[in-house]
Ligand binder design. Structure first.
Ligand code: ATP
Ligand code: MG
Length: 562
């Protein structure tokens, strides 16, 4: 494959450029990558960035592949529920790992054998210091650490102790296996890091076979190597672990070593991204589960109505680099708006209804009006609307005393019903006590369906739903989960939760075509926003719609005004 032609990598991010060079130089014939989640929580949009990168580089290059490998070395925090959810989410995003799911625990025998090899080479030792003593011995960023008194145990003694650790002869925490590297290293990760610890916990994959478990830092390079990984892509917090990653592979004298490359993690405005914090939101009941539509989890976003395409587009646009920064939520929202503008069938729903009686339309009569599912795409088909004497319009679309430039309904004024007739407001019915307008008496002009008659100027168009032929739905409006763009900025992040992140509107009139709405189909409620049926709570008897996103970025407007 090596060629003399100059390789043009200008359009590639730095990782794809490295990969292109490795393929062009013949260093590798193909790319092998992996996505290695720890099954201790649900995947979030940050993980999607890593998934799109790892599966992306495999898809883009010939004969290449990306595996899904659960990094399951901390069994006490892990569970099958998380494994199942993660697999569902990766598949939902549209990626395929070739059927067989892998686990670091598949390699426990081999990782154990590697530990024995290191002991035999005099590169690892069993250390009996307590956790606290180990911390004290480690030193600080400015002070070198001190060597453990157990550091110079003989190879034979270490082999014997490690074997007995594995047999369960010692209590949890009584001792650990450590790498013998350098207690004075400026890199704390190289100050004799732990390779194995004793944990008597049942493991979701291996049951009670093991009472010692390898650390992430020890198992990761070995697992990568065993799978023939060429490029081990991870986030920047592992940069300081790379020397240890390389040390393990070098001391084991393994050939064709994978190369670890780090990129910056995704941080998104108005949310938190660490699984620990998301877990706290779930367990303390601030949200209704990992898949709450306000969560930045993939299952939450799916339930909210985000599409795989919108998330992949977003990950493509934010790109891959080492630059640290927080991405605007508006960028993610723009991606789903774009996708739904194309895809979403249109429908009408009235969120804050006020009754309109069409006085010149006969009682009991129903007129069917055919309207397009998508105004620019006739191929998307049609739906039937029902025009009746009583209809609902939105309270916002009528003003007794209109502000300047108000184009909607006013006393004596005309407005066009979307997909329907022009109506005129003849009279207001007011509540005698509060003076509030409770009903409008209107008349319709039968000549105005479709195009207006010549010379007729009606500027405003409003949405409506027949009061006699409609279905009712609960509508959930979502806003930012936190009130601040960077809720992680110190102190208790839950103090910055937005108390108004969920508004429930019960029993609102929506058009008949929505009666059979299915989850994962986004609808544009005309003039209102994009909505989709809640995959968990919606039933044919009681429809529940989640607002995926508003039609426009209302926060940007507020910020500009402010
Ligand atoms: P968290 O910090 O949310 O708990 P994690 O890094 O512990 O995440 P893992 O399950 O270990 O979660 O992550 C699997 C992969 O996803 C890792 O390679 C990790 O680097 C990557 N990843 C995690 N969070 C992000 C993020 N915010 N942006 C990009 N990649 C991420
Ligand atoms: Mg992790």
């Amino acid at each position: 494959m090596a060629s003399n032609e100059e390789l043009d990598t200008r359009d590639l991010d730095f990782i794809r450029a490295i990969i292109a060079q490795d393929l062009a130089s013949g260093k590798h014939q193909r790319v092998v990558s992996r996505f290695p989640p720890e099954p201790n929580g649900f995947l979030h949009i940050g993980h999607a960035k890593s998934i799109c990168l790892n599966f992306g580089v495999a898809e883009e290059n010939p004969n290449s592949l990306c595996r899904l490998r659960f990094d399951d070395t901390n069994p006490e925090k892990e569970s099958q529920t998380y494994i199942d959810a993660i697999e569902t989410d990766v598949r939902w995003l549209g990626f395929d790992w070739g059927g067989k799911t892998l686990y670091t625990s598949d390699y426990f025998d081999k990782i154990h054998a590697s530990a024995v090899t290191l002991i035999q080479k005099g590169q690892a030792y069993v250390c009996d210091l307590s956790a606290e003593e180990t911390r004290n011995y480690r030193g600080t960023l400015t002070d070198p650490g001190r060597e453990s008194p157990f550091r110079n145990r003989s190879i034979e003694e270490n082999l014997d102790l490690f074997e007995r650790m594995g047999k369960g002869e010692f209590d949890d925490g009584a001792c650990v296996l450590r790498a013998k590297i350098d207690m004075a290293s400026p890199n704390m990760n190289l100050r004799d890091p732990t390779l194995y610890r004793i944990r008597r916990v049942n493991h979701h994959q291996t049951g009670d076979s093991w009472c010692i478990y390898p650390t992430y830092d020890f198992s990761h390079p070995i697992s990568d190597w065993l799978e023939g990984v060429t490029h081990s892509l991870c986030t920047l917090e592992f940069e300081d672990h790379r020397p240890l990653y390389d040390w393990v592979l070098a001391k084991l004298e393994l050939e064709n070593r994978p190369r670890q490359i780090e990129f910056s993690r995704l941080d998104l405005e108005y949310t938190v991204m660490s699984k620990r914090k998301l877990n706290e939101l779930v367990t303390s009941g601030h949200v209704n589960g990992w898949d709450d539509p306000r969560m930045p989890t993939l299952s939450g976003l799916r339930r909210r109505g985000f599409t795989p395409k919108s998330i992949r587009t977003f990950c493509g646009r934010i790109g891959i680099s080492k630059a640290i920064g927080t991405v605007e939520l508006a960028q993610l929202e723009a991606c789903i708006r774009e996708d739904l503008e194309e895809k979403a069938p249109r429908a009408m729903a009235v969120l804050d209804p006020i009754k309109v009686v069409i006085d010149n339309f006969p009682e009991g009569q129903v007129e069917e009006i055919i309207a397009p599912n998508h105004p620019q795409k006739p191929e998307r088909g049609e739906r039937t609307l029902y025009f009746t004497r009583e209809i609902w319009i939105d309270r916002e679309d009528f003003k007794e005393i209109p502000p300047r430039k108000y184009k909607r309904l006013i006393p004596g004024g005309e407005v066009r019903l979307r997909n329907g007739y022009v109506i005129r407001c003849d009279e207001m019915v007011k509540d005698p006590e509060s003076g509030e307008v409770v009903e409008l008496s209107c008349s319709y002009d039968p000549k105005t369906l479709g195009a207006p008659p010549e010379g007729r100027k009606v500027k405003g168009v409003i949405h409506w739903v027949s009061a006699e032929r409609c279905v009712r739905a609960d509508i959930r409006l979502y806003d930012h989960l936190f009130t601040e763009p960077n809720p992680d900025g110190g102190g208790d992040f839950t103090d910055r939760l937005n108390p108004d992140s969920l508004t429930l509107l019960e029993n609102r009139p929506v058009e008949m075509s929505l009666a059979n709405a299915q989850p994962e189909t986004g609808y544009q409620f005309e003039r209102v926003g994009y909505f989709s049926v809640d995959e968990k709570d919606s039933t044919p008897e009681r429809l529940v719609f989640n607002r995926t996103v508003s039609l426009r970025d209302s926060w940007a407007k507020i910020v500009r005004k402010g």
